[in-house]
Structure formats: C-alpha cells, structure tokens
Design a protein around this ligand. Structure first.
Ligand code: SAH
Ligand code: SF4
Ligand code: F3S
Length: 464
C-alpha cells in the first residue's frame, strides 16, 4: 500500500518548488502526497527562518503534530516527522532538542538525500540512537541528483534556476541558510521547462533568491545571464508567459532590460525589492545600491517596457531608522508608484550583523511606520486596480473560484481576476473585460469570441 506524505510549506516560492521536488524524490519510494497530516506516514515541515514569527510558527505546528503522532502510535502506526528548509539549516540539532517529536532534520541543499535519510530515521525509530540531522552544504549539486521534476504542476509552474545568495544584506539569514550562489545549467532549465509545458503549464516563473544573478552554463560553454535564458525559454512552443522572482536591483543588466523590451512572453510585472528609500539605511543594510540607483533602474526598465508594473519589499524599523529615513522611504514610494508591495517590521535574526547593531527602533514607532507605509502602498494598489476597469486583459485561468461557475486567473500584471467561465478554460489565456477593481483583485467578464471554441489569444500588451 502506498505510504502517505504530507508536506507543509512556509516561506518563499523556492520552498514551494522544493516541496514539490521532495514529493518527486519520494514518489519512487512509494510515497503519495496527501492534503492533510492525519493518517500520514511522513510529515515534512518545509520551513522559513526569515523573521522570528516565521520560525515560531514551526514550533507551534510541531506541538500540534505531537498529538497526531501519539494518536498514530496508539493505533500501532508509525508517523515520522521531518523538518526541512531554512529553520532546519539554521537551527539543526537545536530543533530536535526543543521538539523531541522530530525524527529528522535536513537543510535545503540535501533533499536529494531524503530516501537515505528516511531509511536512517526508520532504523532509529525501531532501534533508537541519535536523531538524523543533515545540514550539510554538499559539494554535489542537489539538482544533479534528483529524479526529473514531474511535468504536471498546473497552469502556472515554478522553476528554480538559481539558489543561494552572496549579497549578505546585514538583516538577512538567506546567505547562511541557503548557502553560496549557484546557477543551474541552461540545458537543465530548458529541459525542465519543456516538460512543464508538455504537462500543461502555460506560464513559468523562474525562481532564485537572487534570480537575476543567474549565470548558468549555456549550451556551448558560454555563461548565460538571465536575459539570455529568458530568450531561449520564450522559444519553447506553447510556453505563453514568463516571470521571474526575486531580483536584486544591482543585478538588473542591459541584457535583462532588453528582454523586457523584446520578449513578448515576459510579463510586464516585476518584483524588485528596495527595502528602504534612505541611502544611510541602504548602506547600513549593505544593499549595495542607493535610492537614486533604484530610481534609475526603474526608469530604464519602464523606458524598455512602458506598461511595466512594479512591486517591492520594504523593511521598517531597521536599527537606527530615523523619521527622516522613513520619510525618504515614503518619498521613494510616491515617486516610483507600486502596483503592490510587501512590508515588514524589522526582525533581528541571530547571527546576522544587524542583530548586533543596537539602536533598536521602539516597537510602537515600528508599528506606526508600518501602518503609514501600508496605507500609502494600499492606496497605490487600489488606484492601480481601478485603472484596469474597462480594459481587456489576457487572463490565464488557474483554478475554480469560490462560487460555482467562477474561475480565477491572473492578468499580465499579476492581478487576480475573477470571472464566470466554464472549466474548459482552465489553463488557457482568455480575453477578459475588467468590470471592477478591488483592493486585492479584479472582476471581469470573458469576452466572447465568435466561433465554436474561444482560441487562446496571443499575449499582447493591453493599455489600462
Ligand atoms: N532575495 C530577496 C528577498 C529575500 S527575503 C531580496 O534580495 O530582496 C524576502 C524579504 O523579507 C526581503 O526582501 C526583506 O524585505 C524581508 N526580510 C528579510 N530579512 C528580514 C528581517 N530580518 N526582518 C524583516 N524583514 C526581513
Ligand atoms: Fe537576503 Fe539580501 Fe540576499 Fe536578498 S539579496 S536574499 S535580502 S542577503
Ligand atoms: Fe524563508 Fe528560506 Fe525562503 S528563510 S524566505 S524559506 S529562502
């Protein structure tokens, strides 16, 4: 009988991708994915360490899982619990000490070893001994040791092309949890993309902690940047849309800007984190760019692709942040104009340089700044969504909506679009007239095309 695997994913899209790949690794070993931890033979928490809250969530989930594991034991079943991802990498053995319910701990670079780790965990469960902990950064690349990614990921799919980070922003744990920057060879990426398209994906989002630092080996030994890779991917028949995330302002090069100008499949929406609008803070954060540099990159991107919409990440309350620093951030937001953005209160992370800077911003000040920033960005987001009313957007339908007969998809600018549409349009790009714009979504009506079957339209730019 098939064994049941339940993976719960926290954190960024790279973890979402990794969780799918873990399921791929375990499938030949008889594990089938399940939607709930109840009755699972193996539960994996794929964790995030980016802020304190993210880490704490893992420990409360482990508390809940203990009851399930005890229940399984009473029924004479075995339930193994694994902690993977960035908390596993950062805390290792400490996790098993704090939560003895955990059987195995393994970091983001070792999940190709999962079958072997599981054998050891099962042995330990039967015979006792030390817990299985693997937080190595192995010399071999995990991607070279994984079975092929399953092709059926749905209308939109993630594809990791790059991992790790060498930037060392002073607030961030990623360089420590994911390790040094590494790019997959272009041929591997292209092969995986072809399988995804053959499996029904119309859109692929290229992933990396620093995705535009991509520098993979190309077919003839030359190094390819992300722009070159995007051009090659865009030639895959049936691949209609490309996106990439997360990029760093410093790594936006001419080739990438040219791809935005010339590759129609590259969607006009870019997540480009800036963190702060104050040069003083950007220096303290070791971001390696100024606010002016960011503005210039945005201008060049918009020059290449005038309808480009931007989103970003911001941290408020970084050590030493003054009212003036924060005012500089608000000014940058006003000047650039964002379609959306993620805002975070600074969270001191053990082992990062900023955690030792002192000069903490008091909690109430952080909270006030967060809410002021959210208000400004929220207003920009609503205005962006309202501006879409009346336009016709090509929408890729991804899933059923809450109401019967309703589908949900995304337009070119990442907005969620709800429309009444038959299930057969799932996975297709369909023209939708936008009727209303809300805080977080758009509603629209499918534009009927004469003829028996609405043909998926070519993707074009639609002016809002
Ligand atoms: N690689 C991406 C982002 C990685 S983490 C980049 O370079 O931008 C995602 C976001 O979490 C970051 O952009 C940052 O805004 C936020 N973040 C990272 N560390 C944080 C911390 N210690 N406290 C609060 N927010 C943090
Ligand atoms: Fe973290 Fe900075 Fe690297 Fe992004 S660029 S992952 S914020 S260290
Ligand atoms: Fe979190 Fe690790 Fe991603 S810390 S944001 S899961 S890289």
């Amino acid at each position: 009988m098939a064994k049941k695997l339940f993976v719960k994913t926290y954190g960024c899209q790279m973890n979402v991708y990794d969780s799918d790949r873990m399921a791929d690794v375990l499938a030949p070993h008889g594990y089938e994915s399940s939607d709930t931890p109840e009755g699972a033979d193996l539960v994996i928490l794929n964790t995030c360490h980016i802020r304190e809250k993210a880490t704490e969530k893992v420990y409360s989930e482990l508390g809940r899982l203990r009851a399930l594991k005890d229940e399984a034991a009473r029924q004479g079943r075995r339930m193994l619990i694994g902690v993977a991802g960035c908390v596993a990498q950062a805390e290792g053995e400490e996790i098993a000490r704090r939560a003895p319910v955990v059987d195995l701990v393994f970091g983001p670079q070792t999940y190709h070893r999962l079958p072997e780790l599981l054998v050891r965990a099962l042995e330990r469960d039967a015979l006792g001994g030390a817990r299985v902990v693997d937080t190595d950064f192995p010399a071999e690349a995990k991607f070279d040791h994984l079975p092929e990614a399953a092709g059926h990921r749905g209308a939109t799919a993630f594809l990791s092309v790059q991992e790790g980070c060498d930037k060392f922003c002073t607030f961030c744990v990623v360089p420590y949890t994911r390790g040094a920057e590494f790019s997959r060879p272009a041929a591997d990426v292209l092969a995986e993309a072809r399988r995804l398209v053959a499996g029904g994906s119309a859109e692929i989002t290229l992933l990396g902690q620093n995705v535009n630092a991509y520098h993979g080996i190309g077919p003839h030994g030359a190094t390819w940047g992300l722009g070159r890779l995007i051009r090659a991917l865009a030639d895959i028949p049936g691949l209609q849309r490309l996106r990439y995330t997360t990029s760093h302002p410093r790594d936006v090069d001419d080739e990438l800007i040219a791809a935005h100008r010339e590759v129609p499949a590259l969607m006009p929406y870019l997540h480009l984190p800036v963190q702060s609008g104050s040069d003083r803070l950007l220096t303290a954060m070791n971001r390696k760019h100024t606010a002016e540099f960011y503005r210039r990159i945005v201008d060049r991107l918009r020059d290449a692709r005038p309808d480009l919409a931007l989103s970003s990440d911001f941290i408020v309350g970084f050590p030493g942040e003054t009212d003036q620093d924060f005012a500089d951030t608000l000014r940058l937001v006003r000047e650039v104009g964002f379609a959306q953005a993620y805002t975070f209160k600074y969270s001191a992370r053990p082992g990062t340089p900023a955690a030792d800077m002192g000069d903490a911003v008091p909690e109430p000040v952080k909270a006030d700044r967060l809410s002021a920033l959210q208000q400004l960005i929220g207003a920009q987001q609503v205005a962006f969504n309202k501006a879409a009313i009346g336009s016709v957007q090509p929408v890729l339908f991804e899933r059923r909506g809450a109401r019967p007969g309703q589908l949900i998809g995304r337009g070119p600018w990442m907005q969620s679009v709800h429309a009444d549409a038959p299930d057969r349009l799932l996975g297709h790009v369909v023209p939708v007239r936008i009727i209303d714009g809300h805080a977080n979504s758009l509603s629209g009506a499918v534009v009927t095309i004469a003829g028996p079957e609405p043909a998926p339209p070519a993707i074009e730019r639609v002016t809002a």
